[in-house]
Design a protein around this ligand. Structure first.
Ligand code: PBG
Length: 323
């Protein structure tokens, strides 16, 4: 009780604050998302995500070197194929954009840990995350394509696959496919808790993956649901997920905290495109101190319980952290 207890004693200067700080962030925590496109020498800025680009494989390699030199251990690749079709065949093409990028990056920067996003939406002409049958996304038929996509990424040299499609049973399907081809040691990071969120808006411009009809609410989770997140995580762990993810991060810190408290697997959180763009826009307007807001957001995601953060801020934050 006051006056015996005075919390300000431990806030007096930066040294003592550093000594009692409960949470720290480091470049080790970051996974940098990158968008691979076809062609050569392409580096096209995404207008709603300043500082992020659609890049051809040669440019991705340059970027990967820079990311690695900043101490960021990992990237996650998204593909923008030259042609999209009903079956999303670019997703599992052994010479697809992501497959080519994986090979090139692993060749040039072998220590950089390369994760691939496994989903159909960037490759289908209709922009949905699976195969369409009678106007709806067919869960079970999609599983086969996802397993083929994951296998093609791993054959190209991917270190880990990360399915983001939200089909039921995809972790089992991918695990079985990888094990069957001798890839039992390749881990799966599941987008276990992925909400149907408006915060993905800028990403859909980046990946050119806006659904051409309807929306994703028949497969992504309802933002109102908290208990359901635990069920999704339990099921994905049972199916063989090595790391689970909550996405988006910032409006779902309660979910991150719940999952951290109840499950022992490493937990990732996706600081998604809309969360990035809001900060960038307000920063540009001079309404907020962009760097400080960025660091506070990343710290909050870590404090809530994330072990890993997928973030477009990775390079900016690493530059601040490594001074
Ligand atoms: C693909 C996928 C999406 C994101 C990651 N993987 C988009 C979506 O589901 O619509 C969003 C990432 C972001 O907004 O930064 N299914």
């Amino acid at each position: 009780m006051f006056p015996v207890h005075r919390y300000r004693r431990l806030r007096k200067n930066e040294t003592i604050r550093r000594m009692v700080r409960e949470t720290s962030i480091s470049p080790d925590d970051f996974i940098h998302p990158l968008f691979v496109t076809f062609g050569k020498g392409v580096r096209k800025e995404i207008s709603s995500m300043p500082g992020c680009y659609q890049e051809s494989v040669d440019e991705i390699v340059k970027n990967a070197k820079e990311i690695h030199s900043l101490g960021i251990p990992s990237i996650i690749l998204f593909g923008i194929p030259e042609h999209k079709d009903e079956l999303g065949s670019g997703a599992y093409d052994e010479n697809g954009v992501v497959q080519d990028a994986v090979k090139a990056v692993k060749d040039a920067v072998p220590d950089l840990y390369v994760i691939t996003d496994v989903c159909m939406c960037e490759y289908t002409s209709h922009g949905h995350c699976g195969l369409i049958e009678k106007g709806v996304v067919d869960n079970d038929k999609t599983l086969k394509l996802l397993a083929m996509e994951a296998l093609s990424h791993v054959r190209a040299g991917a270190d880990m696959v990360a399915p983001s499609d939200m089909m039921d049973g995809r972790i089992s399907a991918i695990r079985a496919a990888l094990d069957g081809e001798g890839f039992a040691n390749i881990p799966i990071m599941s987008y276990a808790v992925k909400y149907a969120s408006a915060f993905y808006g800028p990403f859909r411009e980046a990946a050119e993956s806006t659904p051409q009809f309807g929306d994703r609410r028949s497969y992504q989770m309802d933002p109102a649901n908290r208990r359901e997140a635990a069920k999704e995580v339990a099921l994905d762990i049972a199916e063989g997920a090595d790391i689970v993810m909550v996405k988006p991060a910032l409006s779902y810190l309660d979910i991150i905290s719940d999952i951290k408290a109840s499950y022992g697997v490493p937990l990732a959180a996706y600081n998604v495109s809309g969360e990035y763009s809001l900060v960038k826009a307000a920063g540009k307007m001079g309404w907020i101190d962009e760097s400080r807001v960025m660091m506070e957001i990343l710290l909050s995601i870590k404090r809530a319980g994330a072990d890993l953060i997928l973030t477009y801020f990775a390079k900016d934050a690493a530059k601040i952290l490594v001074g």
